[in-house]
Design a protein around this ligand. Structure first.
Ligand SMILES: C[S@@+](CC[C@H](N)C(=O)[O-])C[C@H]1O[C@@H](n2cnc3c(N)ncnc32)[C@H](O)[C@@H]1O
Length: 413
């Protein structure tokens, strides 16, 4: 274990949101410094990176800025839009982001719940703007135009902007009431242009950093919105078709985030049907009900006994589904990875028990023939960890503060 400061891992990155890293919110995304560190240290120019849980597409930005190719997979269809917008390589002006909020052909989401999320007045204008996005915006520009439009859509809704999950709160209802009593339509359009300006600035900042022409292969679920495919991309069932040099990924957190639920409103306005979204939910780790039999780790087995003692079936199911999903992905794909596997994992507890995801993955990869290179842990956090109590049942430190670990494994000789 080695202590570092993740934010200071590399000198050349000025902030976590530089270039196009902060175009849109994405819960628990990588900080770019971690990805850049792995790229600099473990991959050569022109090589292939692979992220099977690519989320926002942080790896695509860092890959193109450093001249690496990449393959990105994710269950969440948002990846198509986010990866494309954040690696936009054409000249971009504010005028390119024009949206007609009075467009005569409105778009109505194919999702029965939509009326719960917007008052009728906002809904009518938004549906015209989204009608324009579908028919009036050039295919190439659709991802960049969608960013400010989604931000406005989310703001002009009952969803609480302070909470990443889609959640209708009293505070948000109050905000909507106040807006309805003022010039909300003017405000909506002004807000759109403010966000549009921000997008243009960020895209230009990205372009200023001289991204190379690299291959970015995106495989994310789709319902013929971004591509001509109707497909659910479940990474644990897929197999790489080509060799890659380095896998760098951050899997979902056990028990924390429900990604598809968080993005329901966005997905509905982009044109995904309620049925398709409901189908995606069933594949999300760790709610995907994967059975035992894929993971090989002593720590996994020891902790499973502790989780069983809690006599809470749902927790046990999450625990087994989570690790067996990750193991299945590795079993299916590790042979196609020629050099390095880097896992960035966050803090996880079941009740008060710390679950050392990195240790469990390390043991499983050792079983598959990989060698442990190093585990990096943030210094600020590790200082606190030093003071933590040891849980007599698990012999693991009971942390009061979250920790983040970067596990690096190399192919054995
Ligand atoms: C921690 S996030 C990854 C964030 C990413 N590293 C970034 O920088 O944006 C985990 C991702 O796993 C995805 N995911 C969950 N279950 C999945 C599955 N069965 N197949 C593919 N992706 C899945 C979620 O949609 C989410 O984007």
């Amino acid at each position: 274990m080695q202590s570092v400061l993740f934010r200071k891992l590399v000198d050349e990155i000025p902030s976590t949101t530089y270039a196009t890293h902060g175009l849109y919110m994405y819960p628990a995304k990588f900080i770019p410094q971690v990805v850049r560190y792995v790229i600099n240290r473990y991959s050569a120019s022109g090589s292939w990176l692979f992220d099977p849980f690519a989320g926002y597409g942080t790896v695509a930005i860092e890959a193109s800025l450093t001249g690496r190719n990449c393959i990105l997979w994710d269950l969440n269809p948002m990846l198509h839009l986010l990866a494309e917008a954040s690696t936009y390589a054409e000249p971009l002006t504010l005028g390119d982001l024009h949206v007609d909020f009075n467009y005569p052909e409105p778009f109505h989401p194919k999702w029965a719940n939509i009326a719960y999320w917007h008052p009728r007045e906002f809904y009518e204008v938004l549906s015209r703007a989204w009608g324009f996005w579908r028919r009036g915006v050039d295919r190439r520009l659709k991802p960049v135009v969608a960013i400010p439009l989604l931000k406005v859509t989310r703001y002009f809704s009952y969803s609480d902007e302070k909470i990443a999950k889609l959640y209708r709160s009293k505070r948000a209802e109050e905000k909507v009431r106040r807006m309805l009593n003022a010039d909300w339509k003017g405000r909506m359009e002004r807000m759109y242009w403010d966000y549009a300006r921000e997008v243009v600035e960020k895209v230009r900042d990205y372009q200023k950093r001289k991204p190379r022409k690299v291959e970015v292969e995106v495989e994310a679920s789709d319902e013929k919105v971004f591509t001509d495919k109707h497909a659910i991309v479940d990474s644990i069932k897929r197999k790489l078709e080509r060799e890659v040099d380095t896998m760098i990924t951050s899997p979902p957190y056990l028990q924390a985030q429900e990604y598809i639920r968080s993005f329901k409103l966005e997905l509905a306005w982009l044109g995904f049907s309620g049925d398709f979204i409901a189908n995606l939910l069933k594949h999300e780790i760790p709610y995907n009900n994967v059975r035992e039999g894929y993971i090989s780790s002593k720590t996994y087995e020891t902790l499973k006994k502790e989780v069983e003692k809690l006599k809470h079936e749902k927790l046990l199911e999450l625990y087994t589904s989570y690790f067996n999903s990750i193991a299945l992905l590795l079993n299916n794909n590790h042979e196609k990875i020629t050099s390095t596997i880097a896992f960035f994992v966050g803090p996880v507890k079941i009740r008060n028990m710390r679950i050392p995801i990195d240790v469990i993955i390390k043991e499983h990869l050792e079983h598959l023939g990989w060698k442990h290179e190093v585990t990096l842990i943030d210094t600020i956090v590790s200082r606190r960890l030093f003071k933590a109590e040891v849980n007599p049942a698990t012999r693991l430190a009971d942390e009061r503060t979250p920790t983040e670990h970067l596990l690096i494994m190399r192919r054995g000789p």
